[in-house]
Design a binder for this molecule. Structure first.
Ligand code: GLN
Length: 230
């Protein structure tokens, strides 16, 4: 794997489509994650190659060394810390429930008993739903990408979905999806940049240094505000 040494190309895994963090527009990779990792790489002098893939494949690809880095709106969790190393947190997200606009019955996790919950494979939202289903009984349906999960609730095939708050707030603001956010945030998930565990200490140091630099020089705020406003 690449330690971000001069000349090496660092392979960076991102989710296939996860606006405002990563998405394609007119054949170009855009989003907060994309711009952040580019700016970090520039600041710290390493070259990167962006590789979009289904979220569920990203941690396995880090484990085999197929990827050096992942920046994918990925939440820092204790479970994941056993298999990858994380940078300092770079964004506060948190999960939320999302239902069809005309749904008046679901307000909180307590209302999900016996409901059909749409989630994305391998995510903290999926884990949240599975834990809930184990406790109370619910039907969890899994998708590879967020748009398919959103559609499942829009078209009435599922009662509710669980997604990161900033992602669904952005999607709803962009376009009327027939969806609404309900209740309080379900947790305090924070995003981190992940590297292959134990193998990329040098690279992780550079990532943390670059991130700190971007926060100090205003570049971080500029990137975030470009997508999310002030
Ligand atoms: N933040 C969530 C997680 O880490 C979802 C990430 C994503 O869907 N790209 O599981």
């Amino acid at each position: 794997t690449s330690g971000g040494k001069e000349g090496d190309v660092v392979k960076v895994g991102v989710d296939t489509t996860y606006p405002p963090f990563e998405f394609e527009e007119k054949g170009e990779q855009k989003g907060i994650d994309i711009e952040l990792i580019k700016a970090i790489a520039k600041d710290q002098g390493f070259k990167i190659e962006i590789e979009p893939m289904d979220f569920k494949g990203i941690i396995p690809a880090l484990q085999t060394g197929e990827l050096d880095v992942a920046i994918a709106g990925m939440s820092i969790t204790d479970e994941r810390k056993k298999v990858v190393d994380f940078s300092k947190p770079y964004f506060d997200a948190g999960l939320t429930l999302v239902v069809a606009k005309d749904n008046g019955t679901i307000q909180s996790p307590d209302d999900l008993k016996g409901k059909k919950i749409a989630v994305k494979k391998g995510t903290t939202g999926a884990k949240f739903a599975q834990d809930l289903a184990k406790e109370n009984g619910a039907d969890v349906v899994q998708f590879n990408d967020s748009p398919s999960m959103f559609q499942e609730v829009s078209n009435g095939n599922a009662d509710v979905l669980i997604e990161d708050y900033p992602v669904v707030a952005y999607a709803i603001a962009q376009k009327d999806l027939g969806l609404k956010i309900v209740g309080d945030r379900l947790n305090g998930d924070q995003y981190g940049i992940a590297v292959q565990k134990g193998e990329n200490e040098e690279l992780l140091k550079k990532i943390n240094k670059g991130l700190a630099e971007l926060k100090k020089n205003g570049e971080y705020d500029k990137i975030v505000n470009k997508y999310l406003g002030e």
